[in-house]
Design a protein around this ligand. Structure first.
Ligand code: DC
Length: 233
């Protein structure tokens, strides 16, 4: 068994709105690990591509642009911030328009390759909780523990709708359901790194579970895994 200097790699994959960010953040806190929200990194890349008006049909241009982008996840004034080429873009990444644009740009090979490399670098020492779509299948197929967190379309749309309304975005449940279905389709039907449960991932359906209930399952599994690895070393 390979050991990493700072702990294990925990992969949490699943569709949008399943509660990955909340759970990953709390799990990381409980274990004293670092949270890596790879969806935020894809959103930041989409933001930069759109701001620079890069032609998304010109893959050579996208590749060249992506070689020079710098996306960091840092704690700024006590909250998780996303820095894109030095700019704090945290508050601009979660609009419905950015979600749709990100779904499109995250299908592009040069975007995925650039971000995958930086995620592997960020997580290689272990002690990390990475959340995304392809962490357990592509980015860290050797992650020590993998979860696939899901929930019904209706429940995920209800949660997303509440979140957007709280932020003052005027959305209806019907349009949020349509957007969730469309994003699921784009995320799972794309050719490169589609959303898929890894064969060795632990499936958790959060439709009827509270955050605390999901967390208890994960923390127990992670502690068992960490104890198990320690006993083999
Ligand atoms: O998790 P999220 O909703 O913030 O993700 C935003 C988009 O990025 C979503 O359309 C899926 C994509 N994504 C991806 O393709 N691979 C990842 N590892 C994480 C997110």
């Amino acid at each position: 068994m390979k050991s990493r200097p700072d702990g294990i790699v925990i992969a949490i994959d699943g569709p949008s709105g399943a509660g990955k960010s909340t759970i990953a953040g709390q799990l990381a806190e409980r274990l004293g690990y670092i949270q890596i929200d790879t969806g935020a990194m894809y959103r930041a890349a989409a933001f930069l591509l759109s701001r620079a008006d890069v032609d998304l049909t010109d893959l050579a241009a996208v590749e060249q642009f992506c070689q020079n982008i710098d996306i960091r996840l840092e704690v700024v004034s006590g909250r998780q911030a996303v820095l894109a080429n030095g700019m704090d873009v945290t508050d601009q990444l979660r609009t419905p328009e950015m979600s749709l644009l990100t779904s499109r740009t995250s299908m592009l090979k040069p975007v995925r390759e650039a971000l995958m490399k930086s995620q592997q670098k960020m997580g290689s020492r272990g002690g990390v909780v990475l959340e995304g779509r392809d962490i357990g299948t592509v980015v860290f197929p050797d992650a020590e523990i993998k979860f696939y967190l899901s929930a019904s379309v209706e429940e995920r749309a209800r949660r997303r709708c509440e979140e957007l309304i709280c932020k003052g975005e005027p959305v209806t449940l019907a349009e949020t359901i349509a957007a969730v279905v469309e994003r699921d389709r784009q995320d799972s039907e794309r050719d490169i790194a589609p959303l898929r449960q890894a064969d060795d991932a632990i499936l958790i359906d959060s439709s009827r579970l509270s955050v605390d209930e999901v967390l208890t399952i994960m923390v127990t599994r992670c502690h068992n895994k960490i104890d198990n690895i320690d006993s083999l070393l």
